[in-house]
Design a protein around this ligand. Structure first.
Ligand code: SF4
Length: 389
């Protein structure tokens, strides 16, 4: 029957721009949201009708700030997906949200649409760090958001945190972890701060107004988190992700297994039928493209009038991409038999010498059923991945 599909929906609007953010997101554009939802539904109809009957097991509203959508808009989008796809009864449906959009009434309505997983952008529980990031919330709002989420019936909540923040000490980070654990999340995603060109934070570091990130300190923070979260009942299943047993994010697992997903909305990325593609960045151009889409019209799946760039992924690249992504799965790694079933060849016949080399240096660990990164290997994963391409 094949692997079911995942759907990523990019909601490219934010009230304000965070100082470290390089995502495709726009401020002062909320007047476009109604037209954007219409366009997104058109895109869902196009991609659904170009390959009818596909089973879908995860949907992810990402951004930007998807919690700027009303519950009615979320309902309309999900209704369109249900009409065009075979949405599985146990599908995981996630929405990313900012803490200060999360009141109980809103969340109760969102939960009633079928959204069953909430991912809250906490980033830090330290108000000074939140100010440096120009986040819209403070720590009190994080606490209120979490309590509203539980009261609204969300029993699967992820919190995103950032570490390696300028001026952050190991003690600050430990405090953030402790405060976050007191909120009793089900899942945690921890990201090292990356400085992206074109962001205010990048400029401040260049100008010497902020210290440059300290990679060694960030590595210590990562190790500390691994230890603290392990002691608190979290299982690490991916380099940056920890979950309570059974609550790993199924949508993200789709990416790491290199399984198919369609990406809809401005600046979304997708990978389906061996085509890797991205869509138009600008919300207005996206809306215009959807409005002028000749309908009915058969588009070549997974392309739509919003597709900007698309490349065919050949077998060699599919193998490299699958390895690199699956090795991020710290426990699961790459199973020998699954690899052979998918590609018809033994992984050892393709990359045996590279695997042996890194196994000898204790960066990879081979067992009877799989190969995976060791703890040390996780810190040097980029070097290993380079050799597997
Ligand atoms: S809320 Fe998220 S997407 Fe929006 S500006 Fe901040 S980091 Fe970027």
């Amino acid at each position: 029957m094949g692997v079911p599909l995942s759907i990523y929906l990019h909601i490219p609007f934010c009230r304000t721009k965070c100082t470290y953010c390089a995502f495709n997101t726009y401020t002062r554009s909320e007047h476009l949201i109604d037209h954007f939802v219409e366009a997104l539904i058109t895109e869902i109809n196009i991609v659904g009708s170009s390959k009818p009957g596909q089973r879908v097991h995860t949907i992810f509203f990402g951004g930007g700030t998807p919690s700027l959508l009303s519950a009615a808009q979320i309902q309309q989008i999900l209704d369109a997906i249900r009409q065009q796809f075979d949405l599985m009864a146990d599908a995981e449906i996630t929405i990313e949200a900012n803490p200060n959009d999360l009141e109980r009434t809103y969340l109760t309505k969102v939960r009633a649409t079928g959204v069953n997983r909430l991912s809250i952008g906490v980033q830090s529980t330290n108000d000074h760090e939140l100010k440096l990031f120009a986040r819209r919330h403070d720590n009190d709002e994080i606490v209120s958001a979490m309590s509203a989420a539980r009261l609204a019936g969300f029993d699967n909540v992820n919190l995103d945190l950032i570490y390696g923040i300028p001026h952050q000490t190991l003690d600050n980070w430990q405090w953030t972890l402790q405060q976050t654990l007191m909120l009793k999340p089900d899942h945690l995603s921890l990201y090292a701060l990356g400085l992206e060109e074109g962001t205010p934070m990048y400029d401040w570091v260049q100008q010497g107004r902020l210290p440059a990130p300290d990679d060694e300190l960030a590595a210590d923070m990562y190790e500390l988190a691994t230890q603290v979260l392990g002691e608190n009942g979290f299982e690490q299943y991916e380099i940056s992700n920890w979950a309570k047993p059974g609550l790993a994010c199924r949508h993200n697992l789709q990416y790491w297994h290199n399984d198919p997903y369609v990406g809809l909305g401005p600046g979304a990325h997708g990978y389906a039928d061996n085509v890797r593609y991205s869509t138009i960045l600008s919300p207005q151009r996206y809306i215009d493209a959807m409005r002028s889409a000749p309908l009915p019209h058969a588009y070549e799946y997974p392309r739509t009038p919003a597709t900007d760039e698309a490349t065919m992924v050949d077998r060699a690249n599919e193998i490299s991409e699958t390895l690199i992504m699956s090795l991020r799965l710290t426990q699961e790694g790459v199973r020998w038999t699954q690899f052979k079933e998918r590609f018809g060849e033994d992984l050892r016949d393709i990359h045996g010498s590279t695997i042996d080399h890194y196994a000898k240096h204790h960066l990879l660990e081979c067992s009877h059923d799989r190969v995976r990164l060791t703890e040390q290997g996780r810190l040097l994963s980029n070097v290993i991945f380079r050799d597997l391409v």
